[in-house]
Ligand binder design. Sequence first.
Ligand SMILES: Cc1ncc(C[n+]2csc(CCOP(=O)(O)OP(=O)(O)O)c2C)c(N)n1
Ligand SMILES: [Mg+2]
Length: 239
Amino acid sequence: MGPLDAIASGLRDRVRRRADAATIAAPEQERMASMRSILDAVDAYRGSTVVHPLTFLLHLNHHLDDRCTIVLDTGAHTLWAAQFLQLTQRQRVLVSSRLGTMGFSLPAAIAAHLTHPHHRVIAICGDGGLQMVAGELATAVQHRLPIILVVFNNGLLRNVSAQQTTPYGTVLRNPDFVALARAFGADGAVVDGTTDVDAVLRHACDERVAPFLIDLHCDPRLMAPLSKWEKTFAPLSLA
Ligand SMILES: Cc1ncc(C[n+]2csc(CCOP(=O)(O)OP(=O)(O)O)c2C)c(N)n1
Ligand SMILES: [Mg+2]
């Protein structure tokens, strides 16, 4: 309550200037430019020995519905999946969040399937993360769980090597993941730049009583998109 001119000038002092349209649009333009450069890079991988993560994820989007539970591990693949999976409100996404625990996705997928047996459970993990818990494939086979396990196989602990000036302890020597899955009594397929990704996904989604592992052969040089990646992931200095 008070004189109108005092109230008006009081309000004027409290109202902050809004950013102009160009300032508001800048981050969006930056994001669109980064998306365009990623999309431009995708074609180069067609027909090669590696598949671009985006090619796979855009196909995967067509196979997702409301009865899907997606489980993410920790690494560069998490960033790809978080930015390019098109999710609905009804889908459940499980991540270990700020704990950032590698090896989370397979055990979590087992728990998700046991608690929601009618959901399609898709786990997305890195080769490093899977190597930590690969033995859990036995649990999934024993409980007859048709989990789809997608391995971003880049032969690297990518998110850590991104911080190294000299590679140290981050190069992986992987087993043949499909053969490993089969040894456990599951099944699987390799996806590279020559694969009909939709056909593999349709096959993976068939009625089955054991996990299906998709071994995604990825380019180890490829960094996951993350705005300001270069600044936040500059090589660590211990000085
Ligand atoms: C149990 C555990 N150990 C170490 C780390 C640190 N860490 C975060 S990401 C990462 C590399 C993950 O490699 P990979 O699973 O191959 O996924 P990529 O980054 O290659 O997609 C590491 C070692 C972690 N988050 N959790
Ligand atoms: Mg890796």
